[in-house]
Design a protein around this ligand. Structure first.
Ligand code: UDP
Length: 330
């Protein structure tokens, strides 16, 4: 029996595949390679270049492979892009989810672990954010992921489909050996942008807004290591395999860092100067997103190994120094 990893050639998906293989699980990868990298998928792992919205092609994968659980990373995930192109997000994310669930149900596959997001909470009424904190997304990306959660909830009620939504906060870092890491065609995320600046590939980092309602005015996020995140997915798969009910968990560190603090931490981790400038706010950004992960720790037994943001940055720096141009497979 295999775990199907949708989006397994992407940043988080590739770390998931590595973690599953290390745990001796059988893995099948589906990715449309729009943002993923074929060369991040290890040799010997069955790979299908398929778009999640292509029902016939997805059906063929389920026909060929003996899939019993699904992990779903194959979604568009860039907040500012979603503000500019909301329909792209509802098409790829929401329609893609409906298509996937229909195919899963055709093959009686009823367990899915899903990448949800802190962006479903919007401007949260409490910090740290709990799973019970009301979800009021303020951008189309967060809205699309919330709709995906709701679709699974109703599919559970109607068809007994069991799901775990893992609501990630800000994912960063890379596998410790630097063999895989973050490489997006258009980079928008803070940590790789800071480190590309440290490497001299960018002149400076623009810090988006210094007038947020936070202690230093820069907006605050909760950074979690990608390998810790992958561990949580394996625990969630096991949780479903044991016959537990559908559930949601926040994955973060309960520690918030402002953009300015992240730049400072990266200066310390890399020993580089990293020029930074203050720019205008970016559309769709809440002031502060910090997770309480108490529930994931208690119910799933999740124990993140990286609790120091500098260590997270160091692993991303290791990957970037080894692969200054990323995977180079475009
Ligand atoms: N950010 C920034 N400059 C950049 C990229 C990001 O100041 O060049 C800020 C952004 O406003 C947010 C934080 O860094 O507060 C994290 O943004 P990212 O895009 O990495 O993740 P998001 O929180 O949008 O998922």
């Amino acid at each position: 029996m295999s775990v199907l990893v949708l989006g397994g050639a992407g940043y988080i998906g590739s770390h998931m595949v590595a973690t599953l293989l290390a745990a001796k699980r059988d893995v099948v990868v589906v990715d449309n390679l729009l943002t993923g990298h074929r060369s991040s998928v290890p040799e010997g792992v069955p790979f299908y270049e398929v778009d999640i919205r292509d029902k016939a092609a997805l059906t063929e994968v389920f026909e060929k492979e003996n899939i019993d659980q699904v992990v779903h990373f194959a979604a568009s995930s860039i907040v500012p892009e979603s503000v500019e192109q909301p329909l792209k997000y509802f098409d790829n994310n929401v329609y893609g989810m409906i298509n996937l669930l229909e195919v899963m149900l055709d093959f009686d596959v009823k367990q899915i672990v899903f990448s949800s997001t802190a962006a479903t909470y919007g401007v949260a009424k409490e910090n740290p954010i709990k799973e019970t904190t009301p979800q009021n997304p303020i951008n189309p990306y967060g809205e699309s992921k919330l709709q995906m959660e709701h679709i699974m909830k109703w599919a559970d009620q109607a068809y007994g489909l069991k799901w775990v939504a893992l609501r990630y906060f800000n994912v960063a870092g890379a596998k410790a050996d630097g063999s895989i890491g973050e490489d997006h065609p258009i980079e928008t995320h803070l940590v790789p942008i800071i480190l590309q600046t440290a490497l001299g590939k960018r002149e400076k980092i623009m810090m988006f807004g210094d007038d947020y309602n936070t202690p230093d005015g820069f907006n605050v996020r909760d950074y979690v290591h990608v390998m810790d995140l992958a561990d949580a997915h394996v625990l969630a798969l096991d949780y479903l395999a044991k016959g537990n009910d559908s559930n949601q968990f926040n994955l973060g560190s309960a520690n918030g860092f402002s953009v300015k603090q992240m730049v400072e931490a990266a200066r310390q981790a890399t020993g580089k100067e990293i020029p930074a400038e203050i720019g205008p706010r970016r559309a769709g950004d809440p002031d502060s997103l910090v997770a309480s992960s108490a529930k994931a720790r208690e119910v799933l037994g999740w124990e993140p190994k990286y609790d120091d943001v500098k260590e997270i940055i160091r692993t991303a720096w290791n990957w970037l120094q080894k692969h200054p141009n990323g995977y180079e497979d475009r």
